[in-house]
Write a protein that binds this ligand. Structure first.
Ligand code: ADP
Ligand code: XUL
Length: 521
């Protein structure tokens, strides 16, 4: 029992949460937003501008700068890090960091300098492709062809070769910049990279996040020689080991002890992906609880009884940090698409909520929207495609309330359709992420899924999951005990389907499917 720190490096921000497992309380929950706090990285939404909408990269030094900034802010505000018993963390999934040196071979960080100036010379690639990148269709095909087709990639790794996954991204780097690849000694995920920075040496990749690479053999939890060979030459030497999520990967580097006052030897538990971490933070590591997360991306995920795979090829199987497996379906057009609608209609989030709850009805009088403001992975729509359809009068961007409902209905219908393979329809869904604060959005989810929608009392489930994982692995506090204290649902936020609403969507679902089929998706 004691205090544990969880970090979450998501697309748009870095968060830190400290929990006290003796008192069952969250002591601290703070973030820095990359765009706002670090404008010098020119990434207002967490990634760099690029003329090709399929290319999405971020500067990995921005994530490192945020770590120094956030810990510095917390120390300045009087946080006493010497009481922390263990640390873990989470990162946006799939993104990769390329280093010209093995971190095991570099000298310890120097506490008289900042981290950025010490990490910068280690990079063999200045930018990191992130999960929003969809520029690797050719590499996905090549990898699948090399092992005998999509079905083989799915049976080894739990997913088809997909554009944002790390293997296809590594292959694209190897093809586009063979010199850069040759100079690369170590390839990390965002999660293992940040864990490595904390321990000052090479940190392994955990099974939760590692399964999002198209490189891990799910059955054994080790790198698949077949997929590694199909991806890029000499990849085995460049990957850290793959380990179970509860592995202690090292002690906190002296840099953090001297600079921020942590205890010498503070254990660091393997970092995982933000979604596997949220599975823990939502108290959902046992099968039976489905989660919808609406952060930058929207995701639907759940612990799995058996590792089923998605017959349509969009969903994934990842390692469950609580043991076994989880399924996940990801939608790129989550919050950023809702923000585009809010901007174009001039609606604040409060007005957006009112528009859904008070000014429009389920089915939206036939006003529908194809919501692909950026390339989408589920379903696969590689060029942005935004289209008003359904009601012939719904042709221009002049009906703000109808547009607010139209995007959320389209997103919820797509989530439901693309998660139908994971098992029986859930009766209760737990929601998290910035947009889950919006009651209008929760109501549409309830109506479309025909399920009760519940939020948890503690927000920021990915950072919470990281702190809980540290407590479980270092403090040996079992997850069920931690969930009693930290993963309780907030009854006041519960939303149930409106009478008759769910039936309205039967017809709409079919219309959306037809529209998507016409898109070739
Ligand atoms: P991430 O963890 O991916 O960085 P968050 O879970 O913090 O993202 O969610 C941030 C997003 O939540 C913002 O980009 C914003 O679009 C959205 N958001 C915040 N408040 C609301 C609200 N009241 N209604 C709808 N969306 C919201
Ligand atoms: C999941 C995915 C995103 C990222 C960013 O497969 O790509 O949810 O983890 O949050």
């Amino acid at each position: 029992m004691g205090l544990y720190l969880g970090l979450d490096s998501s697309t748009q921000s870095l968060s830190a949460m400290v929990i006290d497992t003796t008192e069952g309380r969250v002591l601290l929950d703070q973030s820095v937003n990359f765009g706002k706090a670090l404008p010098e990285y020119a990434s207002p939404s967490g990634f760099l501008a690029h003329e090709d909408p399929q290319i999405k990269h971020a500067n990995p030094l921005m994530w490192v700068a945020a770590l120094d900034l956030l810990l510095g802010n917390l120390k300045a505000a009087g946080t006493d890090f010497s009481k922390i018993e263990g640390i873990s963390g989470a990162g946006q999934q799939h993104g990769s960091v390329y280093l010209a040196k093995r971190l095991d071979e570099v000298p310890a960080w120097d506490a008289s300098q900042d981290l950025v100036s010490q990490v910068r010379p280690l990079l063999s690639r200045a930018t990191s492709p992130i999960w929003m990148d969809s520029s690797t269709s050719a590499q996905c095909r090549a990898i699948a062809d090399a092992v005998g087709g999509d079905a083989r990639v799915v049976s080894i790794s739990g997913s088809r070769a997909v554009e944002r996954f790390t293997g296809p991204q590594i292959r694209a780097f190897y093809e586009r910049d063979p010199q850069g690849y040759a100079e690369t000694r170590e390839v990390h995920l965002v999660s293992s990279f940040l864990a490595s920075v904390l321990v000052g040496k090479t940190a392994p990749i955990d099974h939760g996040d590692g399964a999002g690479m198209n490189l891990l053999e799910l059955a054994s939890g080790t790198w698949s020689p077949e997929l590694l060979t199909a991806t890029a030459p000499g990849l085995a030497e460049r990957l850290p080991p793959a380990v179970p999520s509860r592995t202690i990967v090292g002690e906190l580097s002296g840099y953090f002890v001297r600079k921020y006052g942590f205890k010498a030897g503070t254990p660091v538990v393997a970092f995982t992906g933000d979604n596997p971490s949220s599975l823990v933070g939502m108290g959902a590591t046992e099968p039976g609880t489905a989660v919808v997360s609406m952060g930058t991306s929207d995701t639907v995920f759940a612990a799995m009884r058996q590792p089923l795979t998605d017959p349509r090829g969009f969903g994934h199987v990842f390692g469950n940090p609580g043991g076994g497996f989880m399924c996940l379906i990801c939608f790129a057009n989550g919050s950023l698409a809702r923000e585009k609608v809010a901007e174009r209609t001039g609606l604040t989030w409060e007005a957006f909520e009112r528009a859904i709850l008070q000014e429009t009805e389920p089915g939206n009088q036939g006003n529908w929207l194809l919501p692909f403001f950026i390339p989408e992975m589920t379903p696969k729509v590689l060029s942005p495609k935004v289209e008003l359809f359904g009601n012939p009068q719904f042709t221009a961007w002049e009906q703000p309330a109808a547009l607010a409902r139209a995007i959320v209905e389209a997103q919820a219908l797509s989530m439901q359709r693309h998660s139908d393979w994971i098992g029986e329809q859930p009766k209760v869904i737990r929601v998290t992420g910035g947009a889950s604060r919006n009651r209008g959005i929760r109501q549409v989810l309830a109506d479309v899924f025909g399920a009760e929608i519940r939020s948890l009392s503690v927000g920021n489930s990915s950072a919470l999951g990281a702190a809980l994982r540290a407590a479980e692995a270092v403090g040996s506090v079992p997850f069920p005990r931690l969930y009693e204290a930290f993963a309780a649902t907030d009854d006041a936020s519960s939303v149930t389907p409106r009478i008759g609403a769910t039936e309205v969507y039967g017809d709409l679902r079919q219309k959306l499917v037809e529209r998507l089929a016409a898109l070739g998706a």
